[in-house]
Design a protein around this ligand. Structure first.
Ligand code: ADP
Ligand code: MG
Length: 246
């Protein structure tokens, strides 16, 4: 198979009523890389994820996911192509069990009838168990999702995304509102799941960022102002001025 980056963004821009939320942005994420994007409020971080997942249409530039230009694709086709995105607020089915939440997230497409049904049922059960173990909810499979802690709900939603086995997973502030202990476990979880997929995380908690980031990209006013190792980026005077110093 040909070698290529997982995600190559060039000259990306979007304007809202003349205001450039993302401005001539270049951004490359490798295979099996865990990239953290930081920056002050309003820097364009969430908008960047909105552009990648097709929720917002760009006004300029390209977003190549492997060999596909995502700017030309609809949101559901982008999901099907292998891009998963978690929003800031969890969107799980509170009335369903953990297991059912994972089951409904299993990709459809094959016939649910006849002989295939049983094969698929076994597939689904197998996958539900694997994912539940990965997101530390194996013991909670039969519990109603509403009864989970805030952190466990966040993990369940990550699990729902993992059911689709995305090659690129994007998480917007995943540890906001979590306890110290849940943050630590989430760091381990993200380190595990980035072993065989690319992950982009937006996060403010710098202690957490240090635990997970391979590289850090700093956004400010819709542009990349610094990029590289955690040490390099946190020592950058411009980054301290616009973000870390506050
Ligand atoms: P961040 O996630 O870095 O805090 P956002 O990407 O949410 O920042 O927002 C970047 C800027 O773009 C903000 O000034 C925000 O108000 C503006 N913005 C984001 N989405 C929209 C939209 N759909 N319509 C108008 N303005 C928007
Ligand atoms: Mg945001």
């Amino acid at each position: 198979m040909a070698e290529f980056e997982m995600l190559t963004i060039q000259g990306l821009g979007v304007s809202f009523d003349g205001f450039k939320a993302v401005d001539d942005l270049n951004f490359i994420v490798d295979r099996n890389e865990l990239r953290v994007v930081i920056g002050p409020n309003g820097a364009g971080k969430t908008t960047l994820l909105d552009l990648i997942c097709g929720k917002t249409k760009s006004t300029s530039g390209s977003i190549m996911f492997k060999t596909m230009d995502l700017t030309q694709m609809k949101e559901h086709d982008i999901v099907r192509a292998g891009v998963g995105r978690k929003f800031q607020t969890p969107s799980i089915y509170e009335n369903l069990s953990v297991s059912e939440n994972l089951e409904v997230s299993f990709p459809r497409g094959r016939s649910a009838f006849g002989a295939l049904f049983f094969k698929r049922a076994a597939d689904v059960i197998d996958r539900v168990h694997k994912v539940a173990e990965e997101v530390m909810l194996l013991e909670k499979l039969d519990h109603q999702a509403a009864l989970l802690s805030h952190g466990q709900k966040q993990w369940l939603e990550i699990g729902m995304l993992l059911m689709q086995d995305p090659e690129l997973l994007m998480l917007d502030e995943p540890v906001a509102g979590m306890t110290v202990n849940e943050r630590e476990q989430t760091a381990e979880l993200l380190n595990r799941i980035s072993k065989n997929r690319s992950v982009i995380v937006i996060e403010h908690d710098m202690e957490f960022v240090r635990k997970i980031a391979h590289k850090v990209t700093v956004l400010h006013q819709g542009k990349v102002i610094a990029e590289g190792s955690m040490d390099k980026v946190t020592a950058d005077p411009r980054v301290i001025e616009v973000y870390l110093g506050h």
